[in-house]
Design a protein. Structure first.
Length: 372
């Protein structure tokens, strides 16, 4: 019998394993793949999942190789048949609103970074509930927040396009916490990256089992896990899969809403409207959400439903890969779920707060609970 079984080898499961390994704990990981939503092209050069990391991702940065910085001047905004860049004279019209946003963001970032520190030892749910400012934001609708702060026109012109490309959501679907979290790149540098999988798993790669968990039962203070046709037992269980699979075993009735998107990896010559900048952001309800130039003659193209006419954006486009993220995450809503489910069961991942660093820290939290 193993002391701990971790189900899922996405970033939170790997983080939990890394911390347990450092403490000399007994555990195994069971997963259908390694990396989860950090999916790459077959040659490992292009990220098909998580696209960027922030410069303050203190845990994640140990296991990634930074590539080019993504700057505000690299963006082109599209609305109807018009396009514009960030640093144009029209930005002056929104300067007062922009200063308001900056002031709010600096306050939010300070409190958010504190949450990252303390949630290694207390759950995200408790940490947010104990912070009046962050809890208020989590429970407030983003639209109400935007109206309250009188930043409606600047949000519509700029911010909601950035949010549509990173959260694949409309403002009216989000809470104010996520709204601020996903515009933090305005004040926090972000980079494209390569995930160094081997560096991450090297201390415990012999503890990883590739397989599919079919069932979990708890009896006589032990977990019995069915993997393919084999049964494994453990004292502790860590659920590090997508919440829509984990919730039935963790006794979770309600979660935040899932967000879906399609991603194409395209090779082709960009048309004039795409040559303008490296990153193109579109406005809801546009079916197209974002286009990213990878600087190697290929592009990532994100859209919601039916595949758009690619010839509108490229000459002789060729689709190299298609990924349908269902879900890409559970971002929208006001549900805070407790990680510690009792009976030595821990639920980790991005179900409360989206983001690589936040998911990683939930893995550390679960591991610390087991170690202690």
């Amino acid at each position: 019998m193993n002391k701990t079984i971790i189900i899922g080898a996405g970033i939170s499961g790997l983080a939990c394993a890394r911390r347990l390994s450092e403490a000399g704990e007994d555990f195994i990981i069971i997963s259908e793949d390694i990396g989860g939503r950090i999916l790459t092209s077959t040659d490992g050069s292009v990220n098909y999942g998580a696209f960027f990391v922030c410069s303050d991702y203190n845990n994640i940065l140990k296991y990634v190789k930074l590539k080019s910085e993504i700057r505000l001047r690299d963006f082109c905004f599209h609305e109807d048949n018009r396009s514009f860049v960030f640093f144009e004279l029209k930005l002056l019209k929104y300067s007062i609103q922009f200063l308001k946003v900056l002031k709010i963001l600096y306050k939010f970032r300070k409190r958010f970074r504190n949450i990252r520190k303390i949630t290694e030892n207390i759950s995200q749910k408790k940490a947010i509930e104990n912070d009046d400012f962050l809890h208020y934001l989590y429970m407030q609708n983003a639209v109400d927040f935007v109206n309250e702060k009188n930043i409606e026109s600047g949000t519509k012109t700029y911010l909601q396009k950035g949010l549509y490309s990173t959260t694949f959501s409309k403002i009216k679907e989000m809470n104010a916490f996520s709204f601020l979290q996903f515009i933090l790149p305005i004040i926090t540098p972000i980079y494209r990256f390569t995930f160094e999988t081997e560096k991450m798993i090297e201390p415990f790669k012999n503890r990883i089992t590739i397989g599919k968990v079919k069932d979990i039962n708890y009896k006589n203070e032990k977990y019995k896990v069915k993997v393919n046709e084999e049964f494994l037992q453990s004292k502790n269980i860590v659920l590090a899969t997508q919440i829509d699979w984990s919730k039935k075993f963790a006794g979770v009735d309600k979660t935040n809403l899932p967000v879906n998107t399609n991603m194409l990896h395209i090779k082709g010559q960009p048309r004039k409207n795409i040559l303008k900048k490296s990153y193109h952001l579109f406005n809801p309800p546009s079916n197209v959400q974002a286009i990213a130039d990878l600087k190697n003659g290929t592009y990532l193209f994100y859209y919601k439903k039916m595949q758009p006419e690619l010839n509108n954006y490229f000459i002789n486009p060729k689709v190299l890969a298609h990924v349908y993220w269902n879900p890409v995450g559970t971002i929208n809503g006001h549900c805070l779920i407790e990680c510690n489910r009792g009976k030595n069961m821990y639920l980790i991942g991005d179900y409360n707060i989206a983001g690589l660093e936040e998911s990683y820290i939930t893995g550390i939290y679960a591991a610390n609970q087991i170690i202690n």
